[in-house]
Ligand binder design. Structure first.
Ligand SMILES: *Cc1c(COP(=O)(O)O)cnc(C)c1O
Length: 375
């Protein structure tokens, strides 16, 4: 029995969640967003199981190169684009699509003499005010892009939704309309929806959608559960009970003694902590799952350990598996208890955690290893 915490990645759930994307946006093509190591799930492994996606999106060139080196042949869009001539040449060599969100990136395309052409997605700031050129600047930007002679096909237009996670926020519809107004004979396909957008806002189901978090089975909304959208959690984070204690009334548990036992009570110590990516600021009361029963975290999270109130589970045994999130305990619930979002919890699972991939597409294709043997 290993006491190393494990992130179990359920590739059948991943493929199921991609089918949920298709359910919501049946007429859109799907760029599966697998930046930040596929939100902590393993970028190359996730790409391997999402063969049904139409392409992938990553934040940075380095991520795209890693995918190409792993043999991924599908379209890859670099959401941040490139900043230098050397990066542009590498992106072109690796046949990556580029976001152009800044005039400096247009100048780069004008200045560098590429041996071929690149596909460009012109990013428009329709109201989020982070990346993108303003709608007023689009006609001039399009003219310059077309003149640069560097383009493979007409520039596609994209925008990113700032408040789509808040159901009914009027900004979302305004952003969709603002991008759609810019489409014309010189522009190619459009891309608007992220997970929250494509689920809740039909106007964001553009030619291409860019789901991230929903592929991993977490709800993109600030309230509600992923199960409401028929999504299944992909990552289950597990550790084990490595000590069982009986604390006395008045005992203060952990660093700082922030939790004081209100009565004599069983306390479980679990071999996971912030050094594994479990959030240090998770307060007492944050749920964990032991043998299917929810029990509250008590005291401070330490680097390698957390402590649980086991009064609700008198039969707990040394070595029992503890689920920190995933199957049976939605990550968004832990995120809300902790004052953060599922994205952050998933992304920051640390390399110290052992990753176990179950049901990878490649394994199934090879035959009877993998799933069957692991069962
Ligand atoms: C990360 C990202 C997405 C995916 O967003 P989710 O909320 O995870 O679906 C889509 N588009 C852009 C530009 C992004 O940066």
């Amino acid at each position: 029995m290993s006491v190393v915490p494990r992130a179990i990645i359920d590739h059948a759930a991943l493929r199921h969640n991609l089918r949920r994307v298709r359910h919501y946006a049946p007429h859109s093509r799907v760029l599966a967003v697998i930046k930040a190591n596929a939100y902590g799930h393993g970028m190359v492994e996730v790409a391997g199981s999402l063969g049904e996606a139409d392409g992938f999106a990553v934040a940075r060139l380095e991520e795209a190169v890693k995918l190409r080196e792993a043999g991924v042949r599908k379209p890859i869009l670099i959401l941040g684009g490139v900043q230098t001539g050397a990066e542009l040449a590498l992106a072109h060599h690796q046949e990556c699509d580029l976001v152009v969100h800044h005039l400096a990136q247009i100048e780069l395309l004008e200045r560098e003499r590429l041996a071929g052409a690149v596909r460009v997605w012109l990013k428009v700031d329709t109201g989020m005010h982070r990346l993108g050129i303003l709608p007023d600047e689009v006609p001039a930007a399009l003219a310059r892009l077309l003149d640069s002679g560097a383009l493979a096909g007409p520039p596609r237009l994209m925008t990113h939704l700032g408040n789509a996670d808040v159901l009914g926020d009027p900004l979302t519809e305004r952003q969709c309309a603002a991008l759609r107004r810019l489409a014309g004979p010189e522009t190619g396909e459009l891309s608007i929806g992220n997970s929250a957008g494509l689920i809740a806002c039909p106007a964001s189901r553009s030619d291409w959608v860019r789901p991230g978090i929903m592929l991993y089975g977490a709800s993109p909304f600030s309230a509600g559960a992923a199960a409401d959208q028929g999504l299944r959690p992909v990552m289950t984070l597990r550790a084990r009970l490595i000590a069982l204690r009986r604390c006395r009334r008045g005992d203060a548990v952990g660093y700082g003694g922030t939790y004081v036992c209100p009565e004599d009570m069983p306390v479980g110590v679990v071999g996971i902590g912030y050094g594994d990516g479990y959030p240090r600021h998770a307060p007492s009361g944050t749920p964990a799952l032991v043998g299917g029963v929810r029990v509250p975290l008590i005291g401070r999270v330490s680097m390698d350990l957390i402590t649980l109130d086991l009064r609700g589970l008198p039969g707990a045994r040394l070595g029992d598996a503890v689920t920190l999130w995933g199957e049976g305990l939605p990550v968004e619930e832990v995120a809300r208890a902790t004052g953060t979002i599922a994205y952050e919890l998933l992304c920051r699972v640390s390399p110290r955690v052992a990753v176990e991939h179950l049901g990878r597409t490649g394994e199934r294709a090879r035959g009877n290893d993998g799933e069957a043997k692991g069962a």
